[in-house]
Design a protein around this ligand. Structure first.
Ligand SMILES: [Zn+2]
Length: 394
């Protein structure tokens, strides 16, 4: 019973194994082998390993949300984290300072970044799976936004000037949408438009786009690079996240002077995006004329096939609007008990940009209603993803 019986570690077998450790603690080498096998075969992006006063707590991030993965007896805590450190080539005797390394699962070839950090009850470790990506979300259709949002985005991307600004909080998939948008332009134009990107860093290679990476240390900043790039006769520019006034100003200037610009920005909603550009010192009329479309977005978990009929009046109450029927999460082996599997994009869009009174053509509430009506997700997940109640008819 020292090694996994097969090369297929299921969640049920894993839980049974953990339960057996409560009766009799086992080998850390075996536990780590099984853990790496389970995680490599799952859709988890991260594993958190936390020593607490009573045990070693394991959690994994599925579709962007942390879920419990079981507990390991306290007596095994140090050796489990120690084993991960050995595999990642870290200094095992150094427990007072954070360390970072890389490990490869022997069973599956799956690669992980390992990061350790000292805490009150010992070192905690986080494994980040380097193989998982938003694969399957390459085109605008695959993002799962509704037809009306899709049409609005396509119209804006067919234009020759103006900025398409994609906003959302960290981890909301802005870059994924920007890549999907630029792929749409490549496809629409069939190679007939000069398309360039300035990225920080280049994350995905897109055929048909001249991609460049900015470098702060050598002074090749976004604003500096853009000044030279406009002399390269570009028609479409994909620019990395706007983080400062200089970049915002150069970006919008390019959008005003003959290029279609696709860029991203940290803001919660379409209103907030426009107001923040003005707050950064961009003249309101420049914002109004340069910005063609604002897309504000969140990644929302899709209900697994095991979903059950929900209680509309109860479940949807926090949303602030009525729904006739809704589905809710259940939990099965295929979704690892979370009730959700995979993610889609929920977006609100605004094309009529007027600082301080932006009209949101398709608000989050519309997108939310569509996702509930079609049973794609639950009211509870929308409240989680938005972090606030979308106002109906706003
Ligand atoms: Zn399920």
């Amino acid at each position: 019973m020292n090694s996994p019986a097969s090369t297929d570690e299921t969640l049920a077998a894993w839980q049974e194994y953990l339960a057996s450790l409560t009766a009799e603690p086992g080998s850390a080498v075996d536990l780590v082998d099984r853990l790496l096998l389970l995680v490599s075969q799952s859709r988890a992006s991260d594993v958190h390993i936390d020593p607490t006063e009573g045990d070693l707590m394991l959690r994994w991030r599925l579709d962007g949300v942390l879920a419990p993965l079981g507990t390991v007896p306290r007596v095994m805590a140090t050796s489990v984290v120690g084993r991960l450190k050995v595999l990642a080539g870290l200094l095992t005797y150094e427990t007072a300072l954070p360390q970072e390394g890389r490990l490869v699962s022997e069973a599956t070839g799956g690669e992980f970044r390992v990061s350790t950090f000292p805490t009150l009850f010992g070192e905690r470790a986080v494994l980040r799976s380097l193989g998982t990506s938003n694969s399957g979300l390459e085109t605008l259709e695959q993002l799962g936004v509704g037809q009306s949002v899709l049409n609005t985005m396509r119209d804006a991307l067919a234009a020759t000037t103006g900025a398409v600004v994609i906003v959302g909080p960290a981890g909301s998939g802005k870059t994924t949408t920007a890549y999907a948008a630029v792929r749409e332009v490549v496809e629409q134009s069939g190679g007939g438009r000069a398309i360039h990107s300035l990225e920080d860093p280049v994350e995905v290679v897109v055929p048909g786009v001249a991609q460049s990476q900015v470098s702060h240390s050598s002074g090749f900043t976004m604003a500096e690079a853009l000044k030279s790039l406009v002399r390269q006769d570009p028609e479409v520019l994909m620019l990395g996240e706007i983080r400062d006034r200089a970049t915002a100003a150069t970006t919008l200037e390019a959008a005003l002077t003959g290029s279609l610009v696709i860029t991203t920005f940290h803001a919660g909603s379409t209103h907030e995006a426009v107001d923040r550009l003005v707050d950064m010192g961009i003249p309101p009329d420049a914002v109004q004329h340069a910005v063609r479309l604002v897309v504000a977005q969140r990644l929302v978990r899709k209900l697994c096939d095991c979903a059950l009929e929900g209680e509309p009046t109860h479940d949807a109450a926090p949303l602030g609007f009525d729904v006739a029927r809704c589905m809710g999460p259940a939990g099965c082996a295929s979704c690892a008990g979370t009730g959700y599997r995979g993610r889609v994009l929920m977006a609100e869009v605004s094309t009529n940009i007027t600082p301080h009174q932006t009209n949101t053509q398709i608000p989050f509430a519309d997108a939310a209603r569509e996702l509930i009506d079609s049973g794609v997700t639950s009211p509870g997940e929308l409240v989680r993803a938005l972090g606030w109640r979308p106002a109906a008819g706003d």
